[in-house]
Design a protein around this ligand. Structure first.
Ligand code: PDD
Length: 287
């Protein structure tokens, strides 16, 4: 982690962070809060507007009063990058909790939200971008508001850890026979040249990378479909890939023991990876 963090409007040395979090913080007690992970390329924020849109939407859906305005967020994130003189590649983590209240399930809408942000160095995960990953199908036991980027990630954590210990990169969640998304990324399938992904509704997080890749696919004149994918379609797919902010577009070469495209990375996945890379500079916010 970089030296300075943003804590409720102040830039402080991360060494001083111990003791800042209150026992009464609802984020600490209930996971009652929201977050964003924003990619940084050479010190500039990628797709910042879309991330802020989603952050504010998540707060609204949970009835959390934003602690500061959107413009103030931009200003303070700029200060965080500036203080750290951060001009490299990384991830910016922003979190907002409902704030401090004596522990009770029923919240008081009046508390002042607590927020912080930090920067972590992160390099493009070249190996998996090149060679792809394996995923394992698991039952989706999450709640029915997966569209909210909530701190409450217990089902994801359990499924991700289970997948990891069984040699897989991520779980692939299936609910009611429909493929939803992965543990910390969105899922795409390619069939007969069409790029297919789950519709943006309460069953999935509407990933910013997902939105961006759909846009890039359209620019490449690839037919795009946002529709439910039956579990059986996994085994006849031409290509599969996952998308997430830190990872970009990662090919999926195996689903459990099944080899996708004979275990080789597909042509359309490569095309989208290339376009993604080329387009990064168009969507950067430089302070
Ligand atoms: N996770 N679906 C889930 C459940 C996720 O947790 C994420 C991202 C995504 C992809 O969203 P985006 O393209 O906006 O990063 C989809 C982040 C990276 C995390 O929890 O660390």
């Amino acid at each position: 982690m970089e030296k300075y963090i943003l804590w409720n409007g102040d830039i402080i040395d991360s060494k001083e962070k111990d003791g800042l979090i209150s026992f009464d913080d609802r984020g600490y007690q209930f996971g009652d809060g929201v977050y964003e992970v924003i990619r940084i390329y050479k010190g500039a924020l990628h797709l910042l507007d879309l991330h802020l849109d989603r952050l504010f939407r998540s707060m609204k859906e949970l009835n959390i009063t934003p602690p500061i305005s959107r413009e103030q967020f931009i200003d303070e994130l700029g200060k965080l990058i500036g203080h750290n003189q951060f001009d490299q590649d990384g991830n910016l983590y922003v979190q907002v909790t409902r704030g401090l209240q004596p522990r009770a399930h029923i919240y008081n809408p009046g508390s002042k939200a607590v927020y912080y942000a930090k920067i972590d160095h992160f390099q493009k995960p070249v190996e998996i971008l090149q060679n792809g990953v394996s995923v394992t199908v698991q039952e989706d036991i999450r709640w029915l508001r997966c569209d909210i980027k909530s701190l409450n990630l217990l089902p994801n954590i359990m499924a991700m850890t289970n997948a990891y210990h069984n040699g897989f990169y991520e779980p692939l969640f299936v609910r009611d026979g429909i493929v939803r998304e992965c543990g910390a990324s969105n899922f795409f399938l390619v069939k007969d040249g069409k790029v297919i992904t789950h519709p943006a509704n309460h069953f999935i997080l509407n990933g910013i990378t997902r939105l961006h890749v759909l846009r890039l696919a359209k620019e490449l004149n690839l037919p795009v479909e946002e529709r439910e994918i039956d579990r059986n379609e996994l085994y006849t797919a031409d290509e599969c890939f996952l998308t997430a902010t830190p990872l970009e577009v990662v090919p999926i070469t195996h689903i459990d023991e099944h080899k996708v495209n004979g275990g080789e990375v597909g042509r359309i996945t490569r095309k989208l990876q290339k376009r993604y890379e080329q387009s990064i500079s168009n969507d950067l916010y430089t302070f």
